[in-house]
Design a protein around this ligand. Sequence first.
Ligand code: ZN
Length: 77
Amino acid sequence: MYGAHVSFVCPYCLRTVPLSESTVEHEPPKSRQKELGIPSKTYIVCGECNHKKGALTLDEYREWLRLETIRNGGKTK
Ligand SMILES: [Zn+2]
């Protein structure tokens, strides 16, 4: 079922990614739960987003992605 051709759409960067690159992401990050006081939900996201997002919340990460897009001259991948 999880063959090489199976893909999913990452809810963060909206790219279509092979399922083999999927990772489980906690939003908000587990390390920020105490600070934010809200329980984490888990999402399936691409490895790149999970790596880049790190301890950012989804809002912070979206802002970061937006700024990176501007830095790259407005081009998305
Ligand atoms: Zn992604």
